[in-house]
Design a protein around this ligand. Structure first.
Ligand code: ADP
Length: 507
C-alpha cells in the first residue's frame, strides 16, 4: 500500500498554524524531557543516599555491639543478641544481613519470607554496589556493602527500598506531561489559526476584490481599507492607489483611442470632399468634349483649388501625426523680430485688401525651431487675413516680458462668438465650415502644438463681429522653464469692452 504524499497546507493560515504547532511541539518535548530526566536522576540519587545512610547506621550499630561484647567477655559471660535488622527497616525499606559464606543471618520483618538476592559484585570485589532487582511484583533498589567490625569484614549488609512509589510518580508525570503537551499543541494551534485567520481576513478580501476586478474589468472598484495601520492595511492602500492609477491610465487610453478614431474619421471625411470635387470636374472634362472654354477653365481651376486644399490638408495631417508620435523640434537661436517681419511680408502677398502692421523691437532672441515658429506666425496671420474683410487692419505685435516673448496677432475681422471660442484649438474644429474659405480646421491645433513644443502657450480673445486676438507666450529658453502647461496650455478669455472700444482693436 502506498501512502499519499504529504503536502504542506496551501493557505498561509494553515502554514502559520502548522509551523507554530511544530516549533512549540519540539520546544515542549525537549523541555519536558529535560525536566523529567533531572527529576528522575535526583530521585534515584536520593534513594541511593538514603540506602547508604541506612547501611552506615547498621554498620555503626554492629560495631558498637561488638565493642560491648568484647568488653563484657573480658569480665563475665553475657549473651548480648546481635541487632535485629527490623530495627533499621521500615514498612517501605528492607534490611538483610548475610555472612561471608552467603548465609542469610537475619532479615527485616518487612521482607516477610522473601530474601534479597545476593550481590555477586560485592561478594567478589568487597566493594559497595547498587543493583535493581525484581522482588515480588515490584522493583527494589538494593545496596550491598561489606559489614566491617573492628576493621574486619564479617559479612555483607544489604539495604533495599522498593522503587514502586517513585516509578508510579514518574509514570504519573509522564502521563500528565504527555496529555498537557497534546492539549497545549491543540490549544495553540486553534489560537494561532483563529488569530491568523482574523489578521488575514483583509488579505482575503483583497484577493477576492482583485479576482472580481480581473473578471469584471471594473477598475472603479476599491477594497475597503482595514482600520489597522499594519502591513495588510498598507498593502490595501497601495492596491487601491494602484487601481486609481490603472483607472486613470485606462481612461486616458480610451480617450486617446476615441480622439484617434475621431481624428481618422474627420481626416477621411475632409479628404473625401476635395477628392469628390476633383473626380467630378475631371470626369466632366473627359465626358463633355464640347464644353465652352470658359466652363473648361472653371473646371480646371476648381480641380487646382481642391488639389491645393488637399495637399495643404495632407501637410497638416503629417505635421500632427509627427506631433502625436512625439517628434521633438530641433532648437537653435532664432531672431524673432526679423522672422516676424519676413512672415508679415509673405502674408501681405496673400492679403486681399487687409492692412498688415508690424510692431516689433529691433531684436528678440529665442531658442527654438525657425521653421516651426515661421509656420506658427503664418497660421495666425493667414487666419487673420481669411476672417478679416478687405480694408480691415491686422496688427502683429512682438514684445518681451520677463524673459517671455509675447507675440500678438490682432485683427478687426468677423470675430468668434463665445460658444465657439473654447473649441477653436480642437482638431478639425471650424466655426462655420461654409465660411472658412479652404480652411482645414487644423491650423490652430498645429499652432498650439508648436507653442507647447517651445514651452509656451496661446491665448485667444475675441468679440463677435469686432475682431480677434491670438497671443502666443514663448519663454526665451524653454529648457529652463518649469511651467506646467498641461492645464494652462490654452487660455481663452473674453476681452473687456470699454466704452464701446474693444482692446482687440489693432488700430
Ligand atoms: P482653419 O484652417 O479652418 O482656419 P484653424 O484651426 O486655423 O482652422 O481655425 C479654426 C477655426 O477658428 C476657424 O475655422 C475659424 O472659424 C476660427 N478662427 C481662427 N482664426 C480666426 C480669426 N482670426 N478670426 C475669426 N475666426 C477665426
Amino acid at each position: 500500500m502506498q501512502l499519499p504524499p504529504l503536502h504542506a497546507p496551501r493557505t498561509l493560515r494553515g502554514r502559520l498554524t502548522l509551523w507554530n504547532v511544530l516549533i512549540l511541539g519540539v520546544v515542549l518535548v525537549l523541555f519536558t524531557l529535560v525536566v523529567y530526566s533531572i527529576l528522575a536522576h535526583s530521585l534515584s540519587v536520593e534513594v541511593e543516599r538514603s540506602l547508604d545512610e541506612r547501611a552506615d547506621q547498621i554498620n555503626t550499630a554492629f560495631q558498637q555491639q561488638a565493642s560491648y561484647l568484647s568488653r563484657f567477655r573480658q569480665h563475665q559471660s553475657v549473651n548480648i543478641p546481635p541487632p535485629n535488622p527490623s530495627t533499621f527497616a521500615s514498612s517501605d525499606s528492607f534490611v538483610q544481613i548475610v555472612s561471608l559464606d552467603g548465609q542469610v543471618l537475619g532479615t527485616s520483618d518487612s521482607l516477610g519470607n522473601a530474601n534479597l538476592p545476593l550481590d555477586a559484585v560485592t561478594f567478589q570485589s568487597g566493594q559497595p554496589h547498587y543493583q535493581t532487582v525484581q522482588l515480588g511484583h515490584g522493583s527494589v533498589e538494593v545496596y550491598s556493602r561489606p559489614l566491617v567490625i573492628n576493621e574486619q569484614v564479617i559479612g555483607v549488609v544489604q539495604v533495599g527500598r522498593p522503587l514502586g512509589p517513585i516509578q508510579h510518580a514518574l509514570g504519573q508525570l509522564r502521563l500528565f506531561a504527555g496529555l498537557g503537551l497534546v492539549a497545549a499543541l491543540i490549544l495553540s494551534g486553534l489560537v494561532v489559526s483563529a488569530v491568523s485567520g482574523k489578521a488575514l481576513r483583509p488579505l482575503e478580501r483583497l484577493i477576492r476584490t482583485a479576482e472580481s476586478i480581473g473578471s469584471s474589468r471594473d477598475l472603479s472598484r476599491r477594497v475597503t481599507p482595514p482600520s489597522s495601520d499594519d502591513e495588510v492595511g498598507r498593502l490595501t492602500l497601495t492596491f487601491n492607489q494602484m487601481l486609481s492609477r490603472l483607472e486613470a491610465s485606462d481612461r486616458q487610453l480610451r480617450e486617446s483611442l476615441e480622439t484617434q478614431r475621431r481624428f481618422t474619421a474627420d481626416a477621411s471625411h475632409e479628404l473625401r470632399t476635395p477628392l469628390t470635387s476633383i473626380r467630378g470636374n475631371s470626369g466632366m472634362l473627359m465626358q463633355v468634349p464640347d464644353m465652352t472654354a470658359e466652363d473648361r477653365a472653371e473646371a480646371v481651376e476648381e480641380i487646382h483649388r481642391e488639389a491645393e486644399r488637399m495637399s495643404r490638408l495632407v501637410g497638416d495631417l503629417l505635421t500632427l501625426a509627427r506631433a502625436d508620435a512625439g517628434l521633438a523640434l530641433k532648437r537653435e537661436p532664432v531672431e524673432m523680430a526679423s522672422l516676424v517681419q519676413s512672415v508679415a511680408s509673405q502674408a501681405r502677398m496673400l492679403a486681399s485688401g487687409q492692412r498688415i502692421v508690424v510692431e516689433a523691437p529691433d531684436s528678440v532672441m529665442l531658442m527654438g525651431s525657425p521653421d516651426a515658429l515661421r509656420q506658427l506666425v503664418l497660421i495666425l496671420l493667414d487666419n487673420a487675413i481669411k476672417y478679416t474683410s478687405s480694408g480691415g487692419l491686422i496688427k502683429l505685435r512682438l514684445s518681451l516680458y520677463n524673459q517671455v516673448v509675447v507675440l500678438t496677432v490682432a485683427d478687426t475681422g468677423v470675430g468668434i462668438s463665445p460658444e465657439h471660442l473654447p473649441h477653436v484649438f480642437e482638431r478639425f474644429y471650424r466655426v462655420d465650415p461654409a465660411r472658412t474659405a479652404g480652411g482645414t480646421g487644423l491650423g490652430l491645433s498645429i499652432a498650439q502644438w508648436i507653442a507647447q513644443q517651445h514651452g509656451g502657450y496661446i491665448e485667444a480673445e475675441s468679440i463677435s463681429g469686432r475682431g480677434s486676438a491670438f497671443t502666443v507666450h514663448l519663454p526665451m529658453d524653454s529648457s529652463s522653464t518649469e511651467r506646467e502647461f498641461a492645464s494652462t496650455d490654452v487660455q481663452q478669455t473674453q476681452p473687456t469692452d470699454v466704452d464701446g472700444q474693444t482692446e482687440l482693436s489693432p488700430s
